[in-house]
Design a protein around this ligand. Structure first.
Ligand code: FAD
Length: 117
């Protein structure tokens, strides 16, 4: 049981890392097509997330708080907010959403103009 919890937590950390990094690198001025892609990604992520109870709960959160795709900032703030909803449910501390842009860098060379990281 303890082993399962450890594996579930590791999957969660890896998943959140990718999730927030994608949102932090989302275009500042996305096209309709990019907005549609992000929306699909989020719903498919929730649908296919390998931990069943987690996915089920997360789908409930999406119904209440639909993904925000109008800009990089709205998308990453939304992502931080929903992760905080999960944190709250699991009795974890609230994360300060002002730091997301700084925290989630991708180390990619093809950064958007004026971006670092
Ligand atoms: P995590 O919550 O994994 O966070 C990793 C790191 O991200 C933190 O150390 C911090 O640096 C940063 N961070 C924290 N909060 C935020 C935020 N709001 N915005 C941006 N960055 C942040 N586990 C369960 O036991 N039950 C569940 O129902 C469940 N549902 C989940 C649903 C989803 C969609 C996902 C991705 C994971 C879920 N998990 C669930 C796993 C759980 O959320 C944690 O990933 C796991 O418990 C490990 O927690 P952690 O304390 O290491 O930090």
């Amino acid at each position: 049981k303890l082993g399962n919890e450890t594996v579930k937590a590791e999957l969660g950390r890896a998943s959140w890392k990718l999730f927030h990094t994608i949102l932090a690198r989302f275009p500042k001025k996305p096209s309709d097509n990019e907005r549609e892609a992000l929306k699909s990604y989020v719903y498919l992520f929730a649908r296919l997330y390998p931990c069943g109870e987690c996915g089920e709960h997360f789908r409930g959160l999406l119904a209440k708080y639909p993904p925000q795709t109008s800009s990089q900032d709205s998308a990453s703030q939304w992502g931080c907010f929903v992760h905080n909803q999960v944190n709250e449910r699991l009795g974890k501390q609230d994360f300060d959403c002002k730091t997301v842009a700084e925290t989630y860098k991708c180390g990619c060379a093809d950064a958007e103009e004026g971006d670092e990281g």
